[in-house]
Design a protein around this ligand. Sequence first.
Ligand code: GDP
Ligand code: MG
Length: 229
Amino acid sequence: MQFNTAQRELTLKFVYYGPGLSGKTTNLRALYQRVQPTLREQLMTLDTADDRTLFFDTLPIVFRAGNLKVRLRLFTVPGQVIHNSTRRIVLQHTDAIAFIADSQPSKREENYRYWMNMVENLRTNGLAIEDLPHVVQWNKADLADETSRKAIETMRREGRQPVFEAIAVQGIGVVETFLGLVDLTFARIDRVYGLADKLGLTRQEFIEEVRRCLIDPPALEQAGSRPET
Ligand SMILES: Nc1nc2c(ncn2[C@@H]2O[C@H](COP(=O)(O)OP(=O)(O)O)[C@@H](O)[C@H]2O)c(=O)[nH]1
Ligand SMILES: [Mg+2]
């Protein structure tokens, strides 16, 4: 988190992590479509960039909340095994993580491997997943089977983090995941930095401002996550 008191500017970094092809880039594309055009900057993705050194996607969203300027910087990591050093670098100074798991039964093992890979890469950056706001999105719900649904239910019951289901390619569940992460992140940095006091902005007001950035935002209860983590 960067908080520039003089400029009243808050910058938060969100990383979408997960195995290759789980739908991280698709999440950012779908979200981009739902952000009010005046507030979104360029979405840069590897698929469209000619520059081969660009190994991640990035989507900045800039808006005002009260008299505060908020910059949300969303990143994805490349999933391929060979890009681990890039994943590690993208994770530096991250404020929050959306782990995009693939609901296809054949991807069970890979989801787990990439979760462990993320934990390890966080550790080398001096970060711990337990201390970071994070949500899990089970994407490709259209390709899930009974065993995937059971795994998702189990994870929900364990209650370590908010769990969302999505079909990112149809734009389903994408905004809910994002808002869940925003909410959790604000709660966390408020607790650590007393942000609400410093900004004169409550968590509810903050999430309302973020919802205002979106076209056709979901109802609050759908976007909600657990109240405190
Ligand atoms: N069936 C299905 N396909 C999806 C879904 N989300 C993404 N995809 C497809 O999965 C492939 C990989 O998606 P992409 O976003 O590039 O994955 P990334 O490697 O995690 O960035 C693409 O062909 C997407 O169209 C989904 O919810 N359902
Ligand atoms: Mg991608």
